[in-house]
Write a protein that binds this ligand. Structure first.
Ligand code: 26W
Length: 828
């Protein structure tokens, strides 16, 4: 490979392109006509493409300069390894970061185009399932804004998160071919292609130093081609890189088959190689153990590590004594954790290190973040699949485990049970590799994503490991980026805030606290303006709801919103039960001092998750009855919002009054939707779970509606949970269940919601939904009363936004950097 870093450095400084509206106009036209070969009156997507290429040009010189700065000899760098980056749209984000929104708007005006409509042409980059993937994207944004030398590594899925539409009330999935029209926000860099091994077998030999070694032979290789995505920082001339890998076949692979006379087979081989990065797995909380998924994981880990090692060799040479001092890897859940073994393989087999030296480097550079407490979401791969796909990696995992168990027996002599509990290999009918244990053993840092979650990891799931290595464990409470989730998504409130406290909050959200003083009587004008901004945002949301669901939302009603993946533990069912309860009240005329509500529920169900899909069907069935009953009128509306994704949240969060965070205590690791709503001035109704707890602490109990059992209460109750006792003692709950049971909402067939009713009544219901029903309904009543006092509600809304400073990913990234990464920022 050419020494392109040095070659780059000798190029003259790249010229900075002007960003006045006239220059943008000219470039836009040049791209549209001369590059894309399109003219006015063409499909609006091309207009979007032309303006994106125009803006991308304005990112390039900073991108190059940042890359050169980060790859300088001696620079310590961080790498964020993740199977998911849920980026959403990019154009609007870059316009904000480059501070050229107004000039671009002007330029488009001169062609009688509306910038907003062009922004709306962009396909979401939906390369993630939910919280974990979106968190990775927010982290990238904050690293660029803080000028941290962090490089993201992920997979360039040809098909992102499936598109959801609703037919007869049911979820129908269709493929999301987001790249069909091209993607102006990626740059193919075939010069950094890597070769990934699969299959084959291992051999053992003694090298000329007399050291026993393994090697991996007879492999079927696949190529990894990087596509770089620019991540601009907020008005700071910094552009970091997200490197996404695409799989293709090697040339030899094709050639061998071709020489054997089978042209079509050689093309088929290409196909099977390209399958690796074809599609994102749409599971967000349970492992389905598919071989292709493990292939994706190893593909990402191997391509990224080889890329980093190649750069090391090029810039630093063959001396690895500083490698651990200059590199740190953050593993986003266990998904990329095979990186622990892959780094060992590279150092042992390719760099010819001895085990202890290689292990010293590996265990000083890997750090692991856990994102879930649900046992069914913990990855365990059959040893047999490992053996087939990557036999050399399996050997290395066995060796890591043998040495680790030796340490365990040293710590706790003769405690065989503990050794079995802690072993990376789970024995049984089928042997399994416990990926979380591999990650913990191989990492110097293990963190959870909210205070309670990190505590529960230490007490429960990872207790043995905590006893062995207490110093590894730490908490890093999640956040969200205020650029996308406030400045970009909520221009109305952002303008109001900036007029009153200046614009510093956008890059330093702790400043938002200054808004707290605006809740006093002398700031009535501000409060009125806040209310108007919220109403405008609600209008925007109401229009979207009309367009997507055909239901009229009245902006004077309370907008009560629950959007997130559909899962039993998140308890969308509580929300539905409450809707049915309100419906019952309307039907029996119990509507004194009523608060009108428009309830929106949205989210995708994993395609194989039967109960989640049935919950979607129930929401639609209840919505059908409620919205079409003339007795109900404006008092109550319910919609299921289809195809919930990043770009829809940008309209939903600003338009929400009430944020629903109803998970069973102890089950939601953190939640991040809760933070987006808070930032946009919605008030939360939530359980004592995940980051809800920290939100409550920040905003105070006057400005938060807490309900339900706490984690320890849930666990105490679990042994003797009798749903029937809650039913027997609660006539409202009886009425709700009766209506459900009698088939009132079952236009499908009588009894089609029976599995839901049964799960609620089951003594083994893991989510203990009925135990929290009374508390939820009573608390919702308090919400209704609070909403009627407009002044009080406005101040609660302001207080929520004003207290959201802690929940910026800038703060989260500063903590990762302070405690784990220890990188130098160019800001220092
Ligand atoms: C292997 C299948 C699978 C795929 C994804 C299992 C588990 C996952 C993720 C861990 C699911 C996820 O997105 N977890 C969410 O992570 C967010 C960011 O930390 C948290 O805010 C959410 O509470 C957590 O559910």
């Amino acid at each position: 490979m050419m020494n392109d870093y040095l070659a780059l450095c000798m190029l003259p400084q790249m010229e900075r392109l002007p960003s006045d509206s006239k220059s943008l106009e000219d470039d836009f036209q040049r791209y549209l006509v001369h590059h894309l070969g399109r003219f006015q009156g063409c499909n609006p997507y091309f207009l979007y493409e032309a303006i994106s290429l125009t803006i991308r040009d304005r990112v390039m010189s900073n991108w190059r300069d940042t890359w050169v700065r980060h790859t300088k000899k001696g620079t310590r760098r961080g790498y964020y390894l993740s199977l998911e980056f849920l980026i959403g749209r990019s154009l609007g984000n870059h316009l904000l970061n480059l501070d050229i929104l107004n000039e671009t708007d002007k330029a488009m005006h001169s062609y009688a185009l509306r910038l907003e409509e062009l922004l709306d042409q962009e396909h979401d980059a939906g390369l993630g399932n939910g919280g974990l993937g979106r968190l990775a994207a927010c982290f990238m944004d904050s690293c660029a804004t803080l000028q941290l030398p962090v490089l993201g590594y992920g997979i360039r899925y040809e098909y992102g998160m499936f598109r959801q539409h609703i037919e007869n009330g049911e979820q129908i999935e269709s493929p999301d071919h987001w790249l069909r029209d091209g993607n102006p926000w990626e740059l193919e860099r075939p010069e950094y292609t890597q070769r990934i091994h699969f299959g084959g077998r291992t051999e053992h030999f003694i090298d000329n130093q007399g050291i026993g070694r393994g090697r991996w032979v007879g492999t079927e290789d696949v190529l990894a081609i990087p596509y770089d995505v620019p991540i601009s920082g907020y008005q700071n001339d910094t552009v970091n890189t997200l490197r996404l890998w695409k799989a293709t076949a090697t040339d030899e692979f094709n050639l061998e088959e071709f020489n054997a006379g089978s042209y079509t087979e050689s093309v088929a081989a290409k196909n099977s190689a390209e399958h690796i990065t074809m599609v994102l797995y749409p599971n967000d909380s349970s492992e389905n153990g598919k071989e292709l998924r493990l292939r994706q994981q190893y593909f990402l880990a191997s391509a990224s590590l080889q890329d980093i090692i190649a750069r090391w060799d090029q810039v630093e040479g063959s001396d690895y004594s500083n490698f651990a001092a200059q590199n740190v890897f953050q593993l986003n859940d266990t998904h990329p954790s095979v990186a622990v073994a892959e780094l060992m393989r590279i150092l042992l087999d390719e760099k010819r290190m001895e085990w202890d030296e290689a292990w010293d480097i590996t265990s000083k550079t890997m750090a692991y973040t856990n994102h879930t407490l649900l046992p069914e979401a913990l990855e365990k791969w059959p040893v047999s699949i490992f053996e087939k796909l990557m036999p050399r990696i399996l050997e290395i995992i066995y060796e890591i485990n043998a040495r680790f168990l030796h340490d365990v027996s040293f710590h706790w002599p003769a405690d065989v049970e503990r050794q079995q509990r802690m072993s990376i290999i789970e024995e049984g009918e089928q042997k399994l590799v416990r990926m979380a244990y591999l990650a913990i053993v191989g990492s110097f840092s293990v963190n959870g994503v909210a205070a309670i979650h990190s505590e529960l990891l230490k007490q429960g799931l990872f207790h043995d490991f905590y006893e062995m290595w207490p110093e590894k464990f730490n908490n890093k409470t999640n956040g969200v980026t205020p650029r996308r989730w406030m400045a970009h998504a909520n221009p109305e409130m952002s303008r109001l805030i900036s007029e009153n406290i200046g614009t510093d909050w956008i890059a330093d959200l702790s400043k938002i606290e200054m808004l707290k003083s605006f809740t006093t009587k002398k700031h009535r004008k501000f409060q009125k303006a806040w209310y108007i901004a919220k109403q405008l945002n609600k209008q925007r949301l109401a229009e979207l709801v009309m367009q997507e669901c055909g239901v009229q939302f009245d902006i004077n009603a309370m907008f009560d919103v629950q959007v997130k993946r559909i899962h039993e533990y998140k308890r969308q069912l509580l929300n539905v039960l409450h809707v049915i309860h309100l419906y019952n009240r309307i039907k029996r005329g119990d509507t004194e001092s009523w608060t009108n509500r428009c309830i929106l529920i949205g989210g995708k169900a994993a395609p194989g998750y039967y109960m989640a899909k049935l919950i979607i069907k129930l929401v639609n069935a209840v919505a059908d009855v409620v919205n079409n009953d003339p007795d109900v009128g404006d008092k109550l509306k319910l919609v299921f919002f289809p195809n919930y994704r990043v770009s829809s949240m940008e309209i939903i969060a600003p338009g929400a009054d009430l944020s629903e965070q109803t998970s069973t205590a102890g089950k939601e690791a953190s939640g991040t939707g809760n933070m987006k709503f808070m930032m946009n001035g919605a008030v939360t109704i939530g359980t004592y779970d995940g980051a809800n707890i920290e939100i409550l602490e920040a905003v105070g109990d006057d400005n938060f509606f807490l309900f339900g059992l706490k984690e320890d209460e849930i666990e105490d109750l679990r042994q003797h949970y009798h749903p029937q006792t809650y039913i027997d003692s609660d006539s409202d709950l009886q009425a709700v269940l009766q209506l459900l049971e009698c088939g009132h909402f079952s236009d499908c067939s009588v009894g089609c919601f029976d599995p839901i009713i049964q799960s609620l009544k089951n003594r083994n219901d893991p989510w203990m939904t009925l135990a929290d029903f009374r508390s939820y309904v009573d608390t919702q009543e308090k919400v209704s009363i609070a909403y009627q006092n407009r002044e009080r509600w406005i101040n609660m809304s302001i207080m929520n936004c004003a207290s959201s400073g802690f929940f910026s990913t800038d703060r989260t990234m500063e903590e990762y950097n302070r405690d784990i990464w220890k990188l130098e920022t160019s800001r220092d």
